[in-house]
Design a protein around this ligand. Structure first.
Ligand SMILES: Cc1ncc(COP(=O)(O)O)c(C=O)c1O
Length: 384
């Protein structure tokens, strides 16, 4: 057949996280520590709200921006916690997961040849979308600054081609939270720069040391900032596909159009479920965090006892130990660990070249799975 497809689409690869998870079918006895979704069920009242919506035939389209009631719930939930406010009428769009918010924003703002700066290592979902838009990714290496995005180093990378800078806080894959001092410095430096700021704070409800500070709470950035979030992680609702973006009305109007041509609106029953999540079930993340902290401490202590160098994560449900001492790249290490050690983890190189030399372990698994996984990892390392 001589019909071709878009070369940029052809260049897309199966995400590294999935590559490993997919291999697991061939290793039925392996312990899987790869997946980034809470292992808790969606709260009962949230499920019931979704079921009720279906039973009441609330199964059609909503407004393109999503139900006004949900946009109000989103604003109430985040404004009371983080000290900023967006107008539910025209500054919030409900999307199909945070993923679609990210896609709609990038497709709205990016032009051919633009550059987007990503502090790295970082979640693997951004780069393909940026490149599909014909833009180029520029990495800010955070591995030499304690996995914190240094304002000084970032400033050196900003040129007239820079269209946007995206922060993911707390971070997937490192679990690191941006420190207040670093954030202040970033804001001071960025406030006069002519670039969009995107802040993906989907793990903000899973922070374990003090209160989460949102970049959106800095008024200096308001006119150029997109705040990205969703209920996937906070309320264990990954399959319901509800995310949202907040930002200044004039740009959000365009993002909303992009979103409407992509998918018209988010699933209506899922929107009703999300209203329940952000109102009556708003404390769910706190309950999950009690469990995550126990697991985080257990996994961290075990890795330290094994002699691995690792930052103690204060957010999300990932930990990112270094495997640089084993003279193997992270893909080979993870492959060998799966084949010979019976544990699946994600190679750090999945999270940009700056993740090379690390592996990502998800602790969104029960304690018994973690115990067995770490026992196996320890036995594997001892034999290397
Ligand atoms: C940092 C980050 N942003 C966005 C997403 C996608 O979230 P959603 O399920 O809401 O599309 C993920 C999923 O793992 C993530 O880790």
């Amino acid at each position: 057949m001589s019909l071709s497809i878009n070369p940029r689409a052809k260049a897309l690869e199966v995400p590294g996280i999935r590559q490993f998870a997919n291999q697991l079918v061939n290793f039925p006895d392996a312990i899987n520590l790869t997946i980034g979704q809470p292992d808790f069920p969606t709260p009962i009242s949230v499920k019931e709200a979704g079921i009720r919506a279906i039973e009441q035939n609330l199964t059609g389209y909503s407004h393109n921006a999503g139900l006004l009631e949900l946009r109000e719930a989103v604003n109430n939930f985040f404004s009371t916690k983080y000290g900023f406010s967006y107008d539910p009428q025209n500054e919030i769009v409900i999307t199909n997961g945070a993923s679609e918010a990210i896609d709609s924003i990038f497709r709205t703002i990016l032009e051919e040849g633009d550059e987007v700066i990503l502090p790295a290592p970082i979640y693997s979902g951004y780069v393909p979308v940026i490149e599909l838009c014909g833009a180029k990714v520029v990495y800010l290496d955070t591995t030499k600054t304690g996995l914190q995005p240094s304002a000084k180093e970032l400033e050196k990378l900003i040129t007239e081609k820079t269209k946007a800078i995206l922060f993911n806080n707390p971070s997937n894959p490192t679990g690191v939270v941006i420190e207040k001092e670093t954030m202040d410095e970033l804001v001071q430096m960025l406030k006069d720069k002519d670039v969009y700021i995107m802040t993906d704070e989907i793990y903000s409800e899973n922070t374990f040391a003090g209160d989460h500070i949102s970049l959106a709470s800095y008024k200096e950035l308001r006119e150029k900032l997109f705040y990205i979030h969703g209920v996937s992680k906070s309320h264990s609702m990954t399959g319901w596909r509800i995310g949202f973006v907040m930002g200044p009305a004039v740009i959000l109007k365009q993002v909303m159009l992009m979103h409407s041509y992509n998918s018209i609106c988010a699933s209506l029953p899922a929107q009703y479920a999300a209203i329940e999540a952000l109102t009556n079930a708003k404390d769910t993340p706190k309950e999950m965090n009690i469990e995550y902290v126990k697991r985080r401490d257990y996994v961290y202590n075990r890795l330290v006892e094994m002699g691995l160098s690792v930052e103690k994560p204060n957010g999300a449900f990932y930990i990112f130990p270094s495997i640089k001492g084993f003279s193997m790249n992270s893909f080979d290490f993870a492959t060998k660990l799966l084949h010979e050690g019976g544990v699946a983890v994600v190679p750090g190189s999945t999270f940009t070249p700056y993740g090379e030399g690390y592996i990502r372990i998800s602790y969104a698994y029960s304690m018994s799975v973690l115990v067995e996984g770490l026992n196996r990892l320890e036995a594997f390392i001892q034999k290397l």
